[in-house]
Design a protein around this ligand. Structure first.
Ligand code: DAH
Length: 332
């Protein structure tokens, strides 16, 4: 009897060690400890052996059952862990097809020029101001001393927006209306630059686009003179273009400034480049902005950012900058 118990115990333990899955283990368990399991059936046989052997055999059988139970529990835990790992492995998403080299883009050359200009003026103590692309006729023209019927209006090829009274809403033709918006919302002294998008009914060619960018400047303070304007233009020229560059003002006419000038920049090789317009803010413009011309004076300037970028990066056709050809854009 003892031999039989030992034999069934060791064969059960061997089967447990060999079980490759929880299902295998269930089978081993029922073979050993189930209703007609090898170690259960033996219990019934105990009744038919001599009393003096029965006690020892009974204990041995109990011990054998315990060994098998403990071994089953251990193996069950091991197999469950292995199966859990296998399941996680199978459910895992394969994300390894992400490209190993990521290509990073960069800012467009107009954006680069725009940001560099902001940096230069912020470095000179200016704040950056903004205004809307869709403007009122009043902010874009009237308040800038360009009343209805003024010949300067014809020069702008304005794109009107179908909103409100006919002719009352438009896509701003220049960044100058930001002068008005700033004066109406801020107390002087004012030192701002306003870069932004502007629109004109123009056919695209090498030097014109219907949508382009300007940078407006406005200074309002006490005792500001034309000398401050000239000095500011020169300081800007040296900081943006480099120390070998010079600037000059040439008399011109703009309705919103008096006197008005065109400003040019000279490169070290002596050639001149026409950059933009400027002048002392007209008293009518100060008044439209709610600023008292008896107390305050100021200057303003404005120029195109696209043309500046074109010169800076040596591009000879503005249209190339907006063709979105990646081979062109990558060069800069
Ligand atoms: N707004 C003008 C234009 O678009 C440029 C300009 C000229 C702006 C003179 C100014 C200025 O502020 O004083 O052609």
């Amino acid at each position: 009897m003892l031999d039989l118990i030992a034999k069934h115990e060791s064969s059960s333990l061997a089967a447990i060690a060999e079980a490759a899955s929880v299902a295998d283990l269930d089978r081993v368990e029922s073979d050993a400890l189930g209703k007609s399991g090898s170690l259960i059936v033996l219990k019934r046989d105990l009744g038919s052996i001599p009393v003096e052997e029965r006690k020892t055999a009974g204990r041995a059988l109990n011990e054998a059952r315990q060994h098998v139970e403990v071994s089953l529990a251990q193996r069950r835990e091991e197999l469950a862990a292995v199966e859990r790992v296998a399941r996680l492995q199978a459910e895992r998403l394969d994300l390894t097809e992400v490209p190993t080299t990521v290509s990073v883009g960069h800012a467009h050359i107009v954006t680069q020029a725009w940001e560099e200009l902001e940096d230069v003026f912020v470095g000179m103590g200016y704040h950056v101001a903004e205004g809307p692309d869709v403007e009122t006729d009043w902010h874009n023209f009237d308040a800038l001393n360009i009343p209805p019927g003024h010949p300067a209006r014809d020069g702008f090829d304005t794109i009107y927006v179908n909103h409100g009274e006919p002719g009352s809403t438009l896509l701003r033709t220049h960044t100058s209306p930001v002068q008005i918006r700033t004066m109406l919302t801020q107390e002087p002294p004012i030192y701002i630059v306003a870069p932004g998008r502007v629109f004109r009914r123009d056919t695209a060619d090498a030097t014109h686009m219907p949508v382009f960018h300007q940078l407006e400047g406005l200074v309002i303070d006490k005792g500001i003179s034309l000398a401050d304007l000239a000095g500011t233009i020169q300081a800007f020229t040296e900081r943006y273009f480099g120390s070998g560059f010079n600037s000059r003002l040439r008399p011109n006419y703009f309705p919103f400034t008096e006197p008005s000038a065109e400003f040019d920049v000279q490169s070290p090789d002596g050639s001149w480049l026409e950059l933009g317009g400027c002048g002392m803010v007209h008293p009518n413009v100060l008044r439209a902005g709610g600023v008292d011309p008896e107390e305050w004076s100021g200057f303003a300037f404005g120029f195109g950012i696209d043309r500046l970028a074109l010169l800076k990066f040596g591009v000879d056709d503005l249209r190339d900058m907006y063709s979105n050809d990646i081979r062109f854009l990558r060069q800069f």
